[in-house]
Design a protein. Structure first.
Length: 207
């Protein structure tokens, strides 16, 4: 049994989607980011970085933070979300790092300057819109040659990228500019485990 400390955000949604796909038992512990629960001493003991998600293995008490580290951990211990061969795993890691290092931070900044900044900042909006568009271009080029982000099979790299790239409307980006990404977003979004994971993340109080 796992306890997943989550909020209904792109990085939180990843974990429930993976746990659903792997059919692992877990409970969602909702973290109220608006109330600052991620900064409490109890939470900082789980993640000194003060961010969700965190996954606790209730069996041995071990904890993991960083969403893509959690995805990789789960995928390498259970069948179904990563290739068995080392070259295939390298490719998955490559896309997981790109998501964590670029897609998450750039789209996250764009969201903040559009929806949370107390003062308008046209330069920041222009900069992060340009960089977000460039990253959609990167995934468009990739999906023009492979059906999934890391190659022929659906992997944790798709989960990591999907929860972010699916937020295009909130970011003011017209997905029509990226037809391969749009088709992949629909294809991944229709997967039953993705739908279940989104429900579990959105309604943690009920589970
Ligand atoms: N690189 C981290 C980023 C985690 C992250 O930014 N989490 C956000 C929610 S998506 C958060 O906890 N924000 C609250 C805060 O920064 O105070 C990961 O992939 O887990």
């Amino acid at each position: 049994m796992y306890t997943a400390y989550l909020a209904d955000t792109p990085n939180g949604r990843k974990i429930a989607i993976a746990l659903e796909k792997l059919e692992l038992p877990y409970r969602v512990q909702s973290v109220d980011l608006g109330a600052g629960e991620q900064h409490t001493p109890a939470f900082l003991r789980l993640n000194p970085n003060g961010k969700i998600p965190v996954l606790v293995n209730d069996h041995d008490g071990s904890t993991l933070f960083e969403s893509n580290a959690i995805l990789f951990h789960l995928a390498t211990r259970h069948d179904g979300l990563i290739p068995a061969d080392t070259a295939g795993r390298d490719t998955v890691l490559q896309w997981l790092f790109l998501q964590a290092a670029s897609i998450g931070p750039m789209l996250g900044q764009l969201w903040w300057f559009r929806h949370a900044s107390p003062t308008p900042n046209e330069q920041a909006l222009a900069r992060y819109t340009k960089e977000a568009r460039r990253l959609y271009d990167v995934i468009e080029r990739r999906l023009a040659v492979t059906p999934f982000v890391a190659g022929d099979a659906y992997t944790v790299a798709d989960i990591a990228c999907w929860t972010w790239l699916v937020t295009h409307d909130e970011l003011g980006l017209d997905i029509g500019a990226w037809p391969a990404v749009a088709a992949w977003l629909d294809k991944v979004g229709a997967r039953p485990a993705v739908r279940r994971g989104l429900v579990r993340t959105a309604e943690p109080a009920h589970v």
